[in-house]
Design a protein around this ligand. Structure first.
Ligand code: SPV
Ligand code: MG
Length: 551
């Protein structure tokens, strides 16, 4: 439904409706989330948040800019407090057209003089507009609107200026005849007597709106019984923000630290949520080229690496030095080189030795009795907790692509680039020169694929069929290099499937190839990218010597 139509419904509905004040995009969103069916764009609040007086010190186009943010941030209709229309009938016409263009549902104008003064500042001394002139303004506004549901509310300031009920009724009737869609009757008394007297005499000639800022002790039921159409809570978000900000600023100034306020203020994640960060994360997955997408890497490095003998007596294999730096350090460099900065390392054996900066550490203390899948599960669990800590409803981490690799596999960033360029949901990288490693007689994950590598069929999608260390040679198409990329949209599902698998009997001992085989068995396509070289698995002291050349 159009915002204008929705507002018209609120105005004309037989039930009492409530509008909440807002003064920028954020407060407008907060009002809508609280459940309000519409928003009062208060002149007092908008001017105050700009740091100026409610005396038309902000120009009308500056107000329009604020409104545009409010309108963009919300789906409920906005009623602008349009002061006196910012000039004469001609300014009013232009205002209405500009409001319609910005999706504002309605405007309220008051019968005072430009520049106006807030009704609670020297109210009785305020001159009223000439009634005929004000009627012309209403007519001009109504004639200018192109949407038949756009509403103009005429605000009667006769009580504020001390003219009494008769004048209020006389003016309201004139404004009705001029085409106003509703009357806002304002009062600065601490009791509702004026507005109730007005409503009693006025009847139902047009819907009546009230602003009980000063007569706030009146039970709402009184307004309902009297048959008012809309109650406006006119400045209460601004005033609550103001009180909170003064308190925080004073505390910060006094205490020179953040300790005593952190728990009392909204977390940064709440700011991101209100800004709609989640939507942007999803859009980035859709529209950014692969290289610009957010990627989270998990490096499995919990094992000791007994095959390296004494070299891993005091530290895990990932921390053994190659070319003067730990293996893990080279891995991190390769990730960083491809623009991937969010890296989680699962450590286990001699975990205290895994202490490189800028990494998220996850501990698998049961590393001796568990397989790689258990480590991976712990990493994903921790990312998900982190995620919910940051923003309860945000799925930002889940929307990031995931790359899993090993703490003893060195590689060039080229590997990451081809992985990231893949448009498949699950992608692995397979080395077609598998015979070489077989000759070195070490453990390897061999793969059978839907097609062998062939230069003729380059670019044709190839799928994983199965992976095992003991495949018959005639079925081997290559060696898995230890990289898996899961597309952001699938990470959540991947995590769930992994959770299920490790819960099975002996599930905690399972390895990565078990998971990949299970994915394939369940009918999931795991894309294979064939390549050669650009990586090194370190499984022996001889490998370390070769690795020094590789880096
Ligand atoms: C506003 O919110 O700016 C209003 C209502 O016009 S009042 O401040 O009560 O005049
Ligand atoms: Mg105002």
């Amino acid at each position: 439904m159009k915002k204008t139509t929705r507002f018209k419904q609120l105005l004309t509905s037989p039930t009492l409706e409530f509008l909440c004040e807002a003064h920028n995009g954020l407060s407008a969103k907060i009002a809508e989330e609280a459940g309000f069916p519409g928003i009062w764009a208060s002149g007092l609040s908008i001017s105050a948040q700009l740091g100026v007086r409610d005396s038309n010190e902000a120009s009308w186009t500056q107000v329009l800019e604020v409104l545009e943010f409010m309108s963009d941030a919300t789906t409920v209709p906005i009623l602008l407090d349009g002061d006196t229309g910012y000039g004469n009938f001609n300014n009013m016409r232009r205002l209405v057209r500009k409001l319609e263009q910005r999706g504002i549902a309605a405007v309220c104008i008051e019968d005072k003089l430009f520049p106006k003064t807030n009704s609670f500042v020297h109210g009785t001394a305020q001159p009223l507009a000439d009634m005929e002139e004000f009627c012309g303004k209403i007519k001009a506004g109504k004639d200018a609107q192109t949407d038949p549901d756009f509403c103009i509310i005429a605000r009667v300031e006769a009580f504020i200026a001390g003219w009494g009920l008769k004048e209020a009724l006389r003016r309201a009737e004139a404004y009705r005849r001029a085409g106003a869609d509703g009357i806002l009757i304002h009062s600065a008394l601490s009791v509702p007597d004026e507005v109730l007297a007005f409503k009693k005499e006025w009847g139902d000639r047009l819907p009546v709106v009230i602003v009980p800022t000063k007569y706030y002790t009146t039970p709402t039921e009184v307004f309902r019984q009297a048959g008012f159409s809309i109650v406006i809570w006119a400045n209460h978000l601004l005033r609550s923000a103001l009180a909170a900000m003064q308190k925080t600023a004073a505390t910060l100034y006094r205490e020179q630290n953040l300790l005593s306020i952190e728990d009392k203020i909204a977390p940064v994640s709440e700011v991101f949520r209100l800004q709609g960060q989640e939507e942007l994360d999803r859009a980035e997955q859709l529209y950014l080229p692969a290289s610009g997408r957010k990627v989270e890497a998990v490096v499995l490095a919990a094992a000791r690496g007994t095959e390296l003998g004494d070299l891993t007596g005091e530290k895990p294999k990932a921390m053994v030095e190659v070319g003067g730096q730990p293996i893990l350090s080279h891995i991190v460099d390769a990730y960083n080189g491809a623009g991937i900065k969010e890296i989680t390392v699962v450590r286990g054996y001699r975990k205290e030795k895994v202490d490189l900066p800028n990494l998220k550490m996850v501990d698998n203390d049961a590393y001796a009795e568990t397989g790689e899948l258990w480590s991976l599960k712990l990493a994903l669990d921790s990312l998900r907790t982190l995620d919910s800590g940051r923003a309860k409803v945000s799925k930002s981490i889940a929307e990031k692509d995931l790359i899993v690799s090993y703490g003893d596999v060195l590689f060039r960033k080229y590997i990451l680039q081809i992985l990231l360029d893949s448009d498949a949901e699950y992608t692995i990288v397979v080395d077609v020169n598998w015979q070489e490693s077989r000759n070195r007689g070490r453990f390897a994950d061999y793969v059978e694929c839907s097609e062998p590598f062939s230069r003729l069929s380059l670019g044709k999608p190839v799928q994983l069929v199965r992976m095992a260390s003991n495949l018959p040679p005639e079925e081997i198409h290559g060696e898995w290099m230890g990289f898996l990329r899961v597309r952001g949209s699938k990470v959540h599902e991947f995590h769930t499937r992994l959770d299920r698998l490790v819960c099975e009997e002996r599930g905690r001992q399972l390895r990565m190839h078990d998971l990949l085989n299970r994915l394939v068995a369940d009918g999931t396509e795991v894309r294979v990218l064939y390549t050669t070289g650009n990586w090194m698995d370190i499984d022996s002291v001889e490998d370390l010597v070769l690795a020094a050349q590789f880096v």
